[in-house]
Design a protein around this ligand. Structure first.
Ligand SMILES: Cc1cc2nc3c(=O)[nH]c(=O)nc-3n(C[C@H](O)[C@H](O)[C@H](O)COP(=O)(O)OP(=O)(O)OC[C@H]3O[C@@H](n4cnc5c(N)ncnc54)[C@H](O)[C@@H]3O)c2cc1C
Length: 221
């Protein structure tokens, strides 16, 4: 267990914020999570959004109504302490097999592991990155993501010039297929399930589809 100091809490909207913690000697790979604890000893996993070369750990967090840990974290101030587990997990964007290419698909805070990858491996960009949020203000680090040639933002509840209006699954036709491409999906279960089925129906092997589900909308575990 690590006790980490809060560097900053930066709100993007009323419910979305970036939590920055001093890194200490935490070592991680892009895609790793840590369990963050509230002072009531409840913990939840959060995916690291920082690059492996940064001196802080960044987390992109949605504060859910009545949520125990997300609300506690949202109320932290610089200098506060937060308990964190060692990094864990097996979701590793872009690391399937040397020489393979990747496609990233995220909803909401599910962009975090992909930002960690991009910040750690700026020389190995994915073939395509699809990112779905409700409104443009909810999109984290848009300018950084737009360095990917094939980056598309889907806005489900807002029309903005230059971005797709609709659910991210409306962009699936743009996904490239090739034997050496691995597909990394992160965020809500509905998007991940729909996209996985779509990929499999187009002949993509299950072993080339990598999934990290943050939240099951029907409440199942
Ligand atoms: C591997 C993994 C990585 C994750 N990484 C992140 C991350 O990087 N950023 C992030 O914000 N979250 C992430 N999560 C989700 C996170 O772990 C918590 O589930 C979330 O923050 C809610 O915890 P809570 O204690 O605030 O809410 P709880 O007290 O657990 O739940 C309160 C209520 O909110 C509902 N609820 C819980 N989560 C959501 C949600 N996402 N949307 C809508 N309703 C919800 C619950 O069903 C419940 O009714 C991740 C989850 C997993 C499994």
């Amino acid at each position: 267990m690590n006790t980490l100091t809060v560097r900053n809490v930066i709100f993007r909207t009323d419910e979305l914020f970036e939590l920055q913690l001093e890194r200490g000697d935490v070592q991680f790979e892009p895609g790793a999570c840590v369990a963050l604890f509230s002072n009531s000893t409840e913990s939840r996993p959060y995916s690291i959004a920082a690059g492996t070369g940064e001196e802080i750990l960044r987390f992109l967090i949605r504060r859910v109504s009545n949520g125990i840990v997300s609300n506690w974290l949202a109320q932290r101030k610089p200098g506060d302490k937060v308990s964190a587990s060692a990094p864990f997990g097996w979701f590793r964007p872009g690391r399937a097999v040397a020489g393979t290419r990747s496609v990233f698909i995220a909803t909401g805070t599910g962009i975090a592991p992909f930002l960690s990858y991009l910040r750690s491996n700026p020389q190995r960009l994915p073939e395509l990155c699809l990112y779905g949020v409700r409104r443009q203000t909810e999109a984290f680090n848009l300018e950084e993501l737009q360095q990917i040639d094939n980056f598309r933002l889907a806005l489900s509840q807002e029309e903005v010039n230059g971005h797709f209006h609709g659910r991210i699954t409306g962009l699936l036709e743009q996904i490239p297929f090739a034997d050496d491409i691995h597909y990394y999906l992160c965020g809500l279960d509905t998007m991940i399930d729909e996209t996985s089925i779509w990929l499999e129906n187009h002949g993509v092997a299950y072993t080339q589809i990598h999934r990290e589900i943050f939240f099951y909308e029907d409440g199942q575990l």
